[in-house]
Write a protein that binds this ligand. Structure first.
Ligand SMILES: Cc1cc2nc3c(=O)[nH]c(=O)nc-3n(C[C@H](O)[C@H](O)[C@H](O)COP(=O)(O)OP(=O)(O)OC[C@H]3O[C@@H](n4cnc5c(N)ncnc54)[C@H](O)[C@@H]3O)c2cc1C
Length: 731
């Protein structure tokens, strides 16, 4: 979870422990594909490149100089620890880095052959297959992936329960592996705990996050990959986070840093104490240990300091969606070493944009609350009301809260070990009040501000505000309610809650002479009583440990599989963790199928490149030709967002008709129409419009074949059975 920091100080949680890793920046622009092709390189250049690629692979989760256990299990090399293993690692890192340099494009094995020696052919195949089938490359929602998804469904059928990030990620991945998939979702929308609500009316509106909001650490984050694929800008959550006391004054800087320093020191001491306590540390709560140490070391003794200290405790309860009295002193921070590095970000326009893209084209049945899951030797059956769905396997992604309440009857019952882990792990609460105002009164430069509470028991009530005006399209604020206050919140009348939060805001801004207007619209969440969640996200409770996440992830009888944020030991309680768990289970299901049929998966028939002739052929009969621009589109769709290609022919410099420069760009049918509306304007102004207004990227012939091969092939195939639906204007 995200942790804001106050001005001038280090981010609050990073003072404690830093995962020592180098990362690359997910913000990086997609590289033109030509740059990585075989060129003459000096030995030093190659060594430098290998080193950079190793660091990129490290960011994505591959240890330096070692294989993952999954790689060993997959038998990627014949002998462990020798030269072959070293060569494999170099090739694998190269492939990872190559794809991450341009995540919009489906990386073909042939492209790797261009930059890796042919002596390593078997390693290219081993690494490529491993990375592809384990969700390290070619995952996500790039519009250019369409042609690569096989349609045969011959690998078997999987029923996915839940269309949250985990379910959506798994379903897309399984489809791309060649499975038949159906997703059963209890709600009437996809996204689960990621829920962007449009607030306001026609004049003033904003897209506000009621659930998962901040992408916590952009480096190597798969959600950053999705954002790049969809060209959605990200906004870094700025560090400046003033803390206000109940008189509306910013707390004294010296006292603030003092208390923060003391707080972080105590967390370090907790780590020492648990070392000394050994196994007994898991019998006590973080809250107990912290309070004992606070008294012992005399931290936050006066009432002003105590309120500040309470604010930090509330922030900790927010990060863990759990009261400190529940968190295990031994393992509450077991996932710290895996924290994603880099900026914490908001996605412009809201996270629904990722959800929509992930859900698009998936066979999701909404309003299907699953009541029972039956699994046996011959397959699985899912019961939803009076309906039954049958398949080969099932992937259950419902939240831990739903499993704890035993809302779904498993037949046979879940193994005792799994049920015990479900009962042991914690599932806590975070609630929000989302407010849309007529104007931004809190200051344009603020993304967060904090607020101290007078009593410890209320420490989590509206302790932190997120401002969404930079990304939501309107003046929206969200107040967070964590810890015990989050529990009481759900049984309090919304009008009372609203009165309290407005009192708080007016207490901060009133003394500064700022009039705080009444909100246009407000929403109070109730994640604890939501029957499709029963809480917000998981934490390690007293008596539990990181191992319980692993147990939750275990499959049962190779029929019943589990994904979701509470099944990942490394990234629990996060959106990216949920997404990665979906990719993980898709790979696991694929592996089980391979093993059960006794031989490796037959290569799924995928598109494998397109020739220049096909491209030339398409432009012989463009859908629109206007001056030096010609356009081709998929004739089988009417969707204005459907993609096609534009070709720009530049005049030859030497009056040689065979010597034309031709550049290409991908664009939507809508964009092509806008270009058409420019009418007879000059070629130059059309080009300027394409690049500056529409943001199109022009590329040469080779690059368009590399980048848009699948799109070209889809259009060419559709033209074969051409059913023209568009009326085409010609100039
Ligand atoms: C208030 C709040 C704030 C958060 N803030 C952040 C943040 O800032 N950053 C971050 O990274 N993470 C945040 N998270 C956590 C993040 O949202 C989750 O970890 C993630 O979205 C979980 O995804 P999932 O697929 O595991 O589960 P879900 O999204 O819950 O998906 C499970 C799906 O199963 C469905 N379902 C449940 N029961 C049934 C049934 N019986 N039959 C059929 N369908 C069923 C649900 O409707 C749901 O769609 C936040 C969560 C909350 C609640």
């Amino acid at each position: 979870m995200d942790n804001p920091s106050s001005e001038g100080s280090a981010p609050r949680r990073t003072l404690r422990r830093k995962a020592v890793r180098k990362n690359y920046d997910e913000n990086a622009m997609d590289e033109p594909i030509e740059t990585s092709k075989k060129k003459f390189k000096t030995k030093q250049q190659l060594e430098k490149e290998t080193e950079t690629e190793a660091l990129i692979a490290l960011s994505v989760g591959f240890p330096i100089d070692e294989l993952l256990e999954d790689e060993i299990r997959a038998g990627v090399v014949r002998e462990l620890g020798g030269k072959e293993q070293n060569d494999y690692i170099v090739v694998r890192n190269h492939i990872v880095a190559r794809w991450r340099s341009n995540v919009r494009v489906w990386l073909l094995k042939d492209r790797i052959r261009e930059s890796v020696s042919s002596e390593c052919e078997h390693l290219i195949s081993a690494a490529y297959e491993f990375l592809l089938y384990n969700g390290f490359i070619n995952f996500g929602v790039s519009p250019l992936f369409n042609g690569y998804v096989p349609e045969d469904g011959s690998e078997g059928s999987v029923i996915v329960v839940g269309a949250g990030l985990a379910g959506l990620a798994a379903a897309r991945q399984l489809l791309s592996f060649g499975f038949k998939v159906v997703v059963l979702e209890g709600r009437s929308r996809p996204g689960g705990r990621v829920y962007t609500q449009r607030m306001g009316g026609k004049e003033r509106f904003a897209a506000v996050e009621l659930g998962g909001s901040v992408i916590t650490g952009l480096h190597a984050n798969p959600l950053g990959v999705l954002a790049r694929q969809l060209a959605i800008p990200l906004h870094k959550v700025r560090d400046h986070c003033p803390l206000y006391n109940s008189e509306g004054e910013v707390v004294d800087k010296a006292v603030d840093s003092n208390v923060e320093f003391g707080f972080n020191k105590l967390l370090d001491k907790v780590a020492e104490v648990r070392e000394m306590m050994g196994g007994d540390a898991n019998k006590v709560s973080l809250g107990e240990v912290l309070e004992t140490l606070r008294v012992l070391y005399g931290v936050a003794k006066d009432s002003e300091e105590r309120k500040l200290f309470d604010w930090h405790l509330a922030n900790l309860e927010y990060a863990n969606a759990g009261c400190l009295s529940n968190l295990s002193a031994a393992y509450w921070d077991q996932d710290d070493p895996y924290e994603m590095g880099g900026d914490h970000c908001f996605l412009a326009g809201g996270n629904w944009r990722l959800i929509n893209a992930l859900a698009e084209g998936l066979p999701i049945l909404y309003g299907k609350r699953v009541d029972a899951i039956r699994y046996g030797d011959r397959g699985v059956e899912v019961v939803s009301g009076s309906q039954r769905f049958q398949g080969d396997m099932i992937l259950c992604t419902v939240p831990l809260g739903v499993l704890k309440k035993r809302c779904i009857k498993f037949e046979p019952e879940l193994p005792r070990k799994k049920q015990a882990a479900i009962d042991r792990l914690g599932f806590g609460l975070l609630n929000k009040v989302a407010m849309l105002f007529p104007s931004v009164f809190w200051g344009d430069d603020l993304d967060t501000f904090g607020c101290l509470n007078d009593s410890s028991i209320d420490r989590g009530e509206f302790f932190l505000f997120y401002a969404y005006h930079t990304v939501s399209g309107g003046p929206a604020l969200v107040a967070l309610v964590a810890g015990e206050a989050a529990q009481r919140f759900e049984s309090t009348e919304p009008s009372t809650l609203l009165h309290r939060v407005m009192k708080k805001l007016r207490g901060i801004y009133g003394p500064k002479g700022v009039v705080v207007p009444d909100p246009i619209q407000t929403i109070c969440t109730k994640w604890g009583s939501d029957p499709f969640s029963y809480g917000s996200y998981s934490h390690v409770r007293v008596g539990s440990s990181g191992v319980d996440y692993d147990i939750l992830a275990e499959s049962v009888n190779n029929r019943l599989f589990f994904a979701g944020e509470a099944t990942t030991r490394q990234h629990p309680a996060t959106m990216h963790g949920a997404y990665l768990s979906g990719l993980r289970e898709a790979s696991r299901i694929q592996r089980v199928v391979n093993v059960s049929r006794g031989y490796p998966r037959k290569p799924v028939q995928r598109y494998s490149g397109v020739s220049n002739d096909v491209l030339e052929d398409l432009f012989k009969r463009p859908d629109i030709a206007s001056g030096q621009l010609s356009f081709v589109f998929n004739p089988s769709t009417d969707d204005p967002k459907s993609l096609g290609l534009v070709r720009v022919c530049f005049d030859s410099f030497e009056d040689d008709p065979t010597n034309h420069l031709q550049l290409y760009a991908i664009l939507s049918w809508e964009q092509a129409q806008k270009l058409q509306e420019l009418g007879e304007s000059s070629n130059e102004s059309k080009l300027t419009y394409m690049v500056n207004t529409l943001g199109l990227k022009l590329m040469g012939g080779n690059a368009v074949l590399d980048t848009c091969g699948a799109l070209i092939s889809v259009i060419a195939n559709a033209r074969k059975g051409r059913s023209r639906t568009r009326v085409v204007a010609r100039h």
